[in-house]
Ligand binder design. Structure first.
Ligand SMILES: Nc1ncnc2c1ncn2[C@@H]1O[C@H](COP(=O)(O)OP(=O)(O)OP(=O)(O)O)[C@@H](O)[C@H]1O
Ligand SMILES: [Mg+2]
Length: 260
């Protein structure tokens, strides 16, 4: 066990299908090759849980054993699932939809944004990194995730709608800094599921660089069938694993430098 506080990193954007879960999952997996990592699934879709554990029947297998119960009991240790020695996860399932109701009807916390932060606090010294996946919405789940984090990675699939969502996500980050998490930093904007050679992608990269100078990670994650198939074949005993995650090794190197 190390005595340093984990770097807590949220992957987010309010636009759906921009590779938040895929990027969070691969990043957690790669970081765990050299460090102790806790993945936290704050999306009721449970995709990060499926991705890292290989379990699809989330409501059966993780019935009342998810981040929602961890939050309600403020006892996260009980809900940590060990994928292997270095990679752990707190799962989620559909019932995380009840989180906003809990926040506004049951939780007595003065600052409702810091409920997840409070939940994570007993175990932050047990990990080097905590990686949080969020839903495609500026919801309570996302706000609590950002409020618990040291850094945010903003996903971008190169589309106009995703470009618009960056501005809104950054507004939430500013609000979060003013309301409980003053030290939150933007780790950067990560392009994913794109073909970097197309004119449209190049134009979007240029636009982001002009508007958000220095934010963009140099690594651009390409659209690859092997990356998509990771959701089916998983990380373990997967002969095309390197094809699917290779580019992320460069991204993770960049990320580690930015969160030093
Ligand atoms: N680099 C990639 N190349 C090809 N397919 C990808 C890549 N990254 C992600 N995908 C696929 O794109 C789809 C959306 O990815 P993912 O689920 O990670 O996005 P998301 O932002 O988490 O979505 P949601 O907003 O629903 O949470 C998935 O089918 C995933 O397997
Ligand atoms: Mg997702």
């Amino acid at each position: 066990m190390n005595n340093k506080k984990a770097k807590i990193i949220t992957f987010g954007i309010s636009k759906g299908g921009c590779s938040k879960t895929t990027s969070a999952g691969i990043t957690a997996y790669l970081l765990s090759q050299e460090a102790k990592v806790l993945a936290v699934d704050m999306d009721g879709q449970g995709n990060l849980t499926q991705f890292l554990t290989g379990v699809d029947e989330l409501c059966d297998v993780f019935e009342e054993r998810t981040i929602l119960e961890a939050i309600k009991e403020r006892n996260i240790e009980k809900y940590i699932v060990e994928i292997n020695e270095n990679l752990h996860i707190v799962p989620s399932n559909d019932y995380l939809a009840l989180f906003p109701r809990y926040v506004y009807t049951k939780a007595t916390d003065e600052n409702k944004n810091l409920i997840l932060s409070d939940t994570l606090s007993p175990i932050v010294n047990q990990y080097d990194y905590i990686i949080i996946d969020t839903p495609p919405a500026l919801s309570e789940q996302t706000i609590n995730s950002i409020s618990a984090s040291d850094y945010a990675v903003i996903m971008n699939d190169g589309s106009k709608f995703c470009y618009d969502a960056i501005h809104k996500f950054l507004e939430i980050c500013v609000a979060t800094r003013e309301n409980g998490n003053p030290d939150l930093q933007i780790a950067g904007v990560l392009f994913s599921i794109v073909d970097p050679r197309t004119v449209d992608t190049k134009a979007m990269i240029q636009l982001i660089d002009e508007e958000y100078d220095g934010y963009r990670f140099d690594t651009v994650i390409q659209r690859r069938a092997a990356t998509k198939r990771l959701a089916v074949n998983g990380f373990f005993d997967n002969s095309e694993l390197e094809k699917g995650i290779g580019e992320y090794r460069v991204f993770v190197k960049e990320l580690k430098e930015r969160v030093q």
